[in-house]
Design a protein around this ligand. Structure first.
Ligand code: SER
Length: 320
């Protein structure tokens, strides 16, 4: 990886992956590309920031050629609940966008990182110890795009030799940029409300177990997978990875250890509850552990502590 492009750079993952890549590979080597969202000051100041519409193939190709890109972290996508609201737009951004990135990569010999998700599974997938290779019949537009994306990335590798790699992320928890329109977003929103108002109204019901991960682990996973010697990889794309599994009431209890008067109530959103009910509780991530040494560093307690510490600093500095 010498010249890297990150699409969706202003999003929840991108806003933390770009600084991590710039620290490791040099600021000048990492081009951050967003679309409509205004870039965070740090993103635009620490290196090149450009505007890119992934549904326009020429727009991607122009950036790849201009900066001699050899690796693309393709993060631009609509999340699950947003994709259910706007399925046609989701297909265009999530699928046409990925197809365009793969085509440009085929022609310009770029490696591609594609984040799949727990959303690539569906109601008939085993929910506990979800195997690496199993039934995938998602019933959401987000899931249809993710499973198609996994297959398309595998196809571009076997058919054209494009160096595609990827993971299935669980719900991601972070303090820098809020996710937008996801089903696992409650696990991020809860911290903001707990710190500011000491109460939160959760849109998923008690007992809804989902795989989750703290962003530093998610960023490290993407970089580590892309740096792994290709000869070690049997799967390449869509590696199950997880760090913790909890239900909303367990996250609330973990927060209460630090904020004892925090109070949670529930108003279930049927759309997001149905999505969550079709996703795994706990994925088996042994393939990632064996093939490229995946190992999470944060569990529920250490993540909760770090989130509260960092958001408190943000609040005190008036940025929350
Ligand atoms: N976090 C995503 C969502 O909730 C799943 O990958 O949509």
């Amino acid at each position: 990886m010498k010249h890297i492009l990150v699409t969706g750079a202003t999003g929840q993952i991108g806003s933390e992956l770009v600084p991590a890549l710039r620290e490791r590979y040099g600021c000048a080597q990492v081009i951050a590309a967003g679309h409509k969202t205004k870039p965070q000051p740090g993103l635009a100041e620490s290196g090149t920031y450009t505007t890119l519409d992934v549904t326009q193939i020429e727009s991607i190709e122009a950036v790849v050629k201009q900066y001699q890109i050899d690796t693309i972290f393709h993060l631009a996508a609509l999340l699950s609940a947003k994709a259910e609201e706007k399925p046609q737009l989701a297909w265009k951004v999530n699928m046409t966008g990925l197809y365009n990135v793969l085509e440009v990569s085929r022609k310009n010999e770029c490696a591609v990182f594609f984040p799949s998700s727990i959303g690539a599974f569906g109601p008939d997938t085993p929910r506990d110890n979800t195997p690496q290779d199993t039934l995938q019949h998602p019933n959401t537009m987000y899931g249809v795009c993710k499973v198609s994306g996994e297959l398309l990335c595998n196809y571009y590798y076997t058919r054209f030799g494009v160096d595609t790699r990827g993971v299935r992320y669980p719900g991601l928890i972070s303090y820098d940029t809020l996710p937008g329109g996801g089903t696992t977003d409650y696990a991020v929103e809860i911290f903001y409300r707990a710190i500011k108002e000491k109460k939160y109204n959760c849109f998923l019901k008690q007992g809804t177990y989902l795989d989750m991960m703290y962003m530093p682990d998610a960023v490290r996973a993407a970089i580590q997978l892309m740096e792994t010697d290709a000869s070690r990889l049997k799967h390449r794309n869509a590696f199950n990875i997880t760090a913790m599994s909890f239900a909303p009431e367990e996250l609330a209890a973990s927060i209460q250890k630090f904020i004892p008067d925090f109070f949670m109530q529930y108003t279930v959103d049927p759309v997001r509850q149905a999505i969550a009910d079709s996703w795994p509780c706990h994925m088996d991530d042994r393939a990632a552990r064996e093939e490229w040494g995946w190992e999470p560093r944060y569990n529920l307690e250490s993540m909760t502590q770090d989130m509260i510490d960092r958001l408190t600093v943000k609040l005190n500095s008036g940025r929350l």
